[in-house]
Write a protein that binds this ligand. Structure first.
Ligand code: NAD
Length: 438
């Protein structure tokens, strides 16, 4: 199959490289010229495990190419995927579809009759209908518009793409179904479940999935608060409920609140869709509130661990990316925490294994260390914000020696109180009994 991928970001680049690896001929297009120049020179615009090797291998085989010109890839494509950003619109939280509709108007000028246009971007219900309308307005009548929401997780994106829990295809005609079946054939052969639905249903399925996961996270975060009040351990509660197949163990890790480029904006967009439809979504609305408060409250944990005063304190922050194995800083829980620490008069030294370059664009007033021990040097407290594997195996004795104050605030429950105590550190975890906050 000849595929054009419009938008070469986290989703477009991974999807394009994986489709090429399936044997398709893929042209990834982006209007960010530096990104395309970089890719053509073998430089990855994002940090994602395994991506560079996959891109290089498929580029060398001639199955994957990169272009700034939409016409390059679209004019002979059998399927055109749209994988541009759909950020939250400032002010109201609606999904901003400017990039999607702009891409549609651009592709309308060069698309061949019979092509299938597929939205991979996360878009509100009805966007496919609007795309069809725009195409018609631009004089393009013989195309199919399908929805194929993407469920990959950054940090495990290639594995997720190649071994998905499911593939959702929302199509209104046989041609779109057949083309997408052909594109995903290698996964079909691997028995990955492919769910064919109506287009609007597929669009909503993506939001429902992300909203549900956000609910799960906020739920366990509230249970963690209760554990702190009644002297129970949220780690054990999570395991105790997660072993129930009806609940499942994933997304039950208490922490500093969810962030990233998807959950915050997608929950807001779902609420906007619900509002427009006149249907209240109380659970999701509350989840958003719970999460906003949670992220904002993390500074209090650091403050109380330091005796209630942050001014003049030096705080070492480990992990800035919104989760491990990515350099994505979008809506990362580290952002409100670090900003609040600075506002309250603390100095911050931080270390992230790969996100420093991205973090430098976000924070202008912190020191970036070259490893965890350097970050800890002379600090009054060490705060684990993102649970990178390398932070799971810190030499706590060495950390304790580097620190000025002997305080470990573990927002990801990577360590336990006893091992911290053995290194001479006061331990403040999340939801781990009454002592967690004392
Ligand atoms: P991104 O910001 O990393 O990439 C989007 C790219 O599209 C950018 O490089 C931008 O320059 C490009 N672009 C915008 N308009 C363009 C146009 N008209 N022509 C060509 N290129 C254009 O975004 P992302 O994280 O890859 O997300 C893309 C979509 O996928 C979003 O809707 C997001 O919600 C969804 N999604 C993201 C993830 C994730 O983990 N990042 C997972 C599932 C779904």
């Amino acid at each position: 199959m000849r595929i054009a991928m419009i938008g070469t970001g986290y989703v477009g680049l991974v999807s394009g490289a994986c489709f090429a690896d399936f044997g398709h001929s893929v042209c990834c297009i982006d209007k960010d010229e530096a990104k395309i120049d970089g890719l053509n020179a073998g430089k990855m615009p994002i940090w994602e495990p395994g991506l560079e090797a996959l891109v290089k291998a498929n580029a060398e085989r001639g199955r994957l190419r990169f272009s700034k010109e939409l016409a390059d890839g679209v004019s002979d494509a059998e399927a055109v995927f749209i994988a541009v950003g759909t950020p939250a619109r400032r002010g109201d939280g609606h999904a901003d579809l400017t990039f999607v509709f702009q891409a549609v108007r651009e592709l309308a000028k060069v698309i061949r009759p019979g092509t299938v246009v597929v939205t991979k971007s996360t878009v509100p219900v009805g966007t496919g209908d609007e795309i069809e309308r725009i195409l018609r307005e631009e004089g393009v009548n013989d195309v199919s518009v399908a929805s194929n929401p993407e469920f990959l997780r950054e940090g495990a994106a290639i594995a997720d793409f190649k071994h998905p829990d499911r593939i959702v295809v929302g199509a209104e005609d046989d041609r779109a179904q057949e083309v997408l079946k052909e594109i995903y054939r290698p996964l079909f052969l691997n028995r990955a479940p492919i769910l064919f639905t109506g287009r609007r249903t597929a669009e909503l399925t993506k939001y429902a999935a992300n909203a549900f996961l956000a609910v799960k996270i906020s739920f366990i975060n509230e249970i963690a608060n209760l554990c702190e009040a009644v002297d129970a351990d949220v780690q054990d509660v999570a395991r105790g409920i997660g072993l129930d197949n009806r609940i499942g163990p994933k997304f039950l890790h208490a922490g500093p609140g969810y962030g990233g480029s998807c959950f915050p904006k997608d929950t807001l967009a779902l609420l906007q869709t619900a509002d427009s439809a006149g249907v209240d979504q109380r659970i999701v609305r509350t989840t958003v509130e719970v999460n906003d408060e949670r992220k904002a409250s993390m500074v209090e944990r650091v403050s109380s661990a330091l005796g209630g005063e942050l001014s003049g304190k030096r705080v070492a922050v480990l992990g800035l990316a919104f989760k491990p194995n990515t350099d994505d800083m979008r809506d990362a829980p580290s952002i409100p925490l670090v900003n609040a620490l600075i506002e309250r008069g603390a100095e911050v030294s931080a270390f992230d294994p790969v996100a420093t370059e991205q973090a430098e664009k976000v924070f202008s007033n912190i020191e970036f260390a070259s490893d965890a021990y350097q970050a800890a040097a002379g600090a009054d407290a060490l705060v684990i914000v993102t649970e990178w594997d390398e932070f799971r195996a810190l030499d706590l004795d060495k950390i304790a020696q580097s620190l000025r104050g002997k305080v470990l605030v573990d927002l990801r429950n990577v360590y336990d109180r006893q091992e911290a105590a053995e290194a001479g550190l006061a331990y403040f975890g999340i939801g781990r009994g009454k002592l967690a906050l004392s």
